[in-house]
Design a protein around this ligand. Structure first.
Ligand SMILES: *[C@@H]1O[C@H](CO)[C@@H](O)[C@H](O)[C@H]1NC(C)=O
Ligand SMILES: *[C@@H]1O[C@H](CO)[C@@H](O)[C@H](O)[C@H]1NC(C)=O
Ligand SMILES: *[C@@H]1O[C@H](CO)[C@@H](O)[C@H](O)[C@H]1NC(C)=O
Length: 512
């Protein structure tokens, strides 16, 4: 899902070198937001920012109010913390606030990929075609078939299925299954031709995706420090090794031997081929696509299942809805019976699950949205005040602190309430207020405006399918129901879905 890679990385421009050596002596000018250069020359606040972005920004907000400018690694970032004013940033013309150019530089630094012209526009067009609307019908089917291959295999083949409990870490399990199924749905299946049968091809899919996931997790764990450019030499070499491995595993040559490649991946590849991009560079792009599409959904699936398990009432509501939807299509899960056919249409009839998903993302999705200021400009706040912003600076939003956990917008903000986004009539709730005014931006897990995650519909679908199948096929419970919900790992603020500081054990077994 990658809450749009470029935005996340954009922030890190500050530390990744190639920086302007702007004013250690900068002074606030009339009409500018409060300026806080931080304790260390040039670096400014970067250490505290990296240690715990959310806590730091909260402190700055208390000190300076809804808008302030801070120094991070030689660059000046103006953070806007008033969600009623987000529109000014989100809708500002690209001529003034842009993200593409430096996002491209960052993608080059972290992924070794050299963008072509209009890269982002092509990605958006292709995502609109294949990852939403009618395209999603096909993707839902592909995801479904891969989820079933992975989920049902681990509990035995059709004949010797039995009801023994399996144990695993919930984070490990959820991330593993969602990542691998998503990868197979997008990048294609092994063709039955070479191994000889469909069963064998499915086995190859399971093994290959397992290997990919194992390696991906290593990269995933290095990523925050990699992006900040502070990996020690040994880990830097490891990151380099992993990158090469992914380029190889996801290579265009390998891809061309696969079946069921998604239109999304195929189109991206063809486009680059037509533009004369060399194979090795296309391979790098494939890894970028994998990272952006599969790094966030798995962790989100973990939190969603965990919140449901910790709240029997929420679990019961979602379970009831899932059973209802199945019954409406005359499907029943039984021993030795056919696998269920979960379609896109069925997934459109789950308002309670939708609300639970949105509530989960409110709590654990924390992207930073960043734009480069291309010319001197002013930002008009909702209270009528205007602030001057300098060319060469950055403007940034951190919706998690600014709105997701603002108690005025979302009462009791740190508690999971599965029906927070439901109206009393059971529809989708979109009325949220601050200072008596209705908010347009009340939950922003996917970013907003031009940088809004183009994969959001597919990602939401992936999450819902996984939970739907878990509830349909398995009984599952926490091994220790009293165990507390693990803390969020604060090293990952700004990178999309948060991960827990530790895993939590659960067990599951077939229901039928
Ligand atoms: C291709 O996808 C369909 C479902 O979308 C599935 O039935 C079929 O088994 C897949 N092919 C392979 C080789 O896995
Ligand atoms: C159930 O499966 C487990 C592990 O696969 C096996 O050890 C056990 O004998 C099976 N029990 C039955 C009743 O089939
Ligand atoms: C993670 O999950 C995989 C597959 O479910 C399993 O084989 C492995 O043992 C798990 N690892 C941990 C540390 O729980």
């Amino acid at each position: 899902m990658g809450f749009l890679l470029p935005i996340l990385l954009a922030l890190l421009a500050s530390v990744l070198g190639g920086l302007y050596f702007l004013g250690a002596f900068r002074q606030r000018r009339p009409g500018e937001p409060p300026l806080d250069r931080g304790p260390i020359p040039w670096l400014g606040h970067v250490l505290e920012f990296r240690r715990d972005t959310a806590m730091f920004l909260e402190r700055m907000k208390r000190k300076h109010g809804d808008i302030f400018t801070i120094q991070l690694g030689g660059l000046y970032f103006t953070f806007l913390m008033d969600p009623l004013s987000f529109g000014t940033v989100v809708k500002e013309a690209r001529a003034k606030l842009d993200f593409t150019k430096f996002a491209q530089q960052l993608v080059q630094k972290v992924f070794g990929y050299h963008s072509m012209e209009n890269d982002h526009k092509f990605l958006q067009m292709s995502s609109n075609k294949h990852l939403m609307g009618d395209g999603l019908v096909v993707m839902t089917q592909a995801m479904m078939s891969n989820l079933q291959n992975l989920m049902l295999h681990s509990v035995g083949t059709k004949h010797d299925r039995n009801k023994t409990w399996n144990e695993d870490g919930l984070f490990n399990y959820s991330y593993n299954i969602v990542f691998r199924a998503g990868y197979l749905a997008l990048f294609g299946n092994e063709t039955p031709k070479s191994p000889g049968s469909l069963e064998k091809a499915k086995e190859v899919d399971r093994e290959e995706s397992q290997e990919l996931f194992r390696e991906f997790r290593k990269y995933d764990q290095l990523f925050p420090n990699l992006a900040y450019g502070v990996l020690p030499p040994g880990e830097k070499r490891e990151a380099e090794r992993l990158k090469r491995l992914f380029w190889n595993m996801l290579s265009v040559q390998k891809m061309k031997t696969k079946d069921n490649i998604s239109g999304w991946v195929r189109e991206q590849q063809q486009l680059r081929e037509e533009h004369g991009m060399e194979d090795f560079m296309q391979n790098r792009y494939m890894f970028l696509l994998l990272w952006a599409s599969q790094g966030n959904t798995g962790p989100a699936a973990f939190w969603l299942l965990l919140y449901l398990m910790k709240q029997p009432e929420a679990m019961k509501a979602v379970q009831g809805e899932v059973e209802e939807v199945l019954k409406e299509t005359d499907q029943e899960v039984k021993h030795g019976g056919p696998l269920i056919d979960l379609t896109r249409d069925m997934l459109l009839k789950t308002p309670i699950l939708d609300s639970a998903v949105e509530e989960t993302l409110r709590l654990i999705a924390a992207p930073v949205l960043t734009r480069a200021v291309l010319q001197d400009m002013s930002l008009r706040m909702s209270d009528g005040n205007e602030y001057r912003i300098r060319e060469g600076d950055r403007v940034a939003l951190f919706p998690y602190t600014a709105v997701h956990i603002d108690p005025e917008v979302h009462p009791d903000p740190l508690t999971f309430k599965y029906d927070r986004f439901l109206t009393p009539e059971g529809g989708k709730k979109t009325d949220f207020y601050k200072g008596g005014k209705k908010l347009k931006y009340y939950n922003m897990p996917w970013g907003a405006g031009i940088t809004m995650c183009p994969g959001r519909f597919f990602a939401t679908n992936e999450l819902k399918q996984f939970v739907f199948l878990m509830l349909t096929y398995f009984d599952f419970e926490l091994k220790n129901p009293e165990e507390k919900i693990p803390d969020i790992d604060i090293k990952r603020w700004g990178f999309g879905s948060m991960q827990p500081t530790k895993d939590i054990q659960f067990r599951y077994r077939l229901r039928f």
